[in-house]
Design a protein around this ligand. Structure first.
Ligand SMILES: Nc1ncnc2c1ncn2[C@@H]1O[C@H](COP(=O)(O)OP(=O)(O)OP(=O)(O)O)[C@@H](O)[C@H]1O
Length: 297
């Protein structure tokens, strides 16, 4: 089944002087899915998200969010009106109380969901009477999430939403995101926490040094990807080892490690025909992430 796209970029590039923060990035985010956006520190995740929101302009390339052009200032206003964003800087009015800020934000959104507001106030135990500037970092994140989720947006973009949350709150947030997705909201979120991504994402995009290095359904990764370790009796067999399904190969001496996304039987048969001793092991998201970023660095 092909999914409608809520985000689409083509060759998106952002340069800061000589730093190429995002390089030739073409990606899609599908409707009603949870898409995890992974990458090391400085990989270009926040820069990509800021371009999608029209907060910074691409150096080159194009992008659309909900069909609106990210480079057109008028259309990017519409993007920000239609989607919800929770970023590193929560951008909340510190001088208001929590209750005032909720009331103030509610007044801008006709589709505001009072039931979501009420249940998240309860779940997150938000201190309604306190000034926003006086609440903890984790509470500010929770408040920003409430303000985003109660709007019931078509798309919610979150930049490291679990930063600063305690383990219980992280579980609550992940559950809320799944509920929101079930109710029809598309979710695009960046994270360094592979276990969280593995827990809720339908699809995973990985970038490294500003470039897309992996785009897969999580179920495909968990069901089909595996590591194949090969030990050859001589080194000369390796150059011929290039088959369908091989995503990455690392070679050290007579040993090779292959990350395969499909065709495991074919790869194993080929390796055995070259007299290699073969071992196949399943992988998780963490293995694949480490494999890919290690190779890149
Ligand atoms: N305003 C800026 N001026 C100059 N360089 C910048 C600016 N913003 C980001 N960069 C650089 O662009 C690259 C990508 O940064 P970005 O913040 O997008 O990465 P990230 O994947 O979000 O990292 P993290 O996971 O650490 O938040 C980095 O090398 C960063 O130093």
């Amino acid at each position: 089944m092909s999914h409608e796209l809520v985000v689409e970029t083509h060759s998106l590039t952002k340069r800061y002087g000589t730093v190429e923060a995002v390089r030739d990035l073409s990606l899609t985010v599908e409707r009603e899915r949870i898409t995890g956006f992974l990458g090391r520190n400085g990989a270009g995740k926040s820069t990509t998200i800021k371009m999608l929101l029209g907060m910074i302009r691409p150096t080159s390339g194009t992008g659309r969010v909900l069909g609106y052009d990210i480079a057109d200032p008028a259309q990017s206003v519409e993007i920000r009106r239609r989607i919800a964003y929770v970023g590193e800087d929560k951008g909340l009015y510190g001088y208001m109380t929590v209750a005032d800020l909720i009331r103030f934000t509610r007044s801008f959104y006709p589709d505001w969901q009072p039931d979501i507001e009420a249940s998240l106030i309860r779940e997150y135990q938000l201190p309604l009477g306190r000034k926003v500037k006086a609440i903890s970092k984790g509470m500010r994140t929770k408040l920003a999430l409430l303000l985003a989720l109660a709007r019931r947006p078509e798309l919610i973009i979150l930049d490291e939403p679990t930063e600063g949350l305690d383990p219980v709150s992280i579980e609550e947030l992940l559950q809320t995101l799944q509920e929101v997705r079930a109710a029809g909201t598309s979710i695009f979120f960046s994270s360094h926490h592979l276990s969280e991504v593995e827990q809720i994402a339908d699809r995973v995009l990985m970038i490294d040094k500003g470039q897309l290095v992996m785009d897969t359904l999580l179920s495909d990764l968990l069901n089909n990807y595996c590591n194949i370790t090969l030990e050859f009796s001589t080194q000369s067999a390796m150059p011929a080892f290039d088959l369908v399904g091989i995503e990455r190969t690392r070679v050290k001496g007579r040993q090779a490690w292959v990350l395969a996304s499909s065709n495991v039987e074919g790869i194993v048969a080929h390796a055995r025909s070259l007299d290699a001793v073969v071992q196949v092991t399943p992988v998780n998201l963490r293995d694949v992430f480490l494999d890919i970023v290690r190779e890149a660095s």
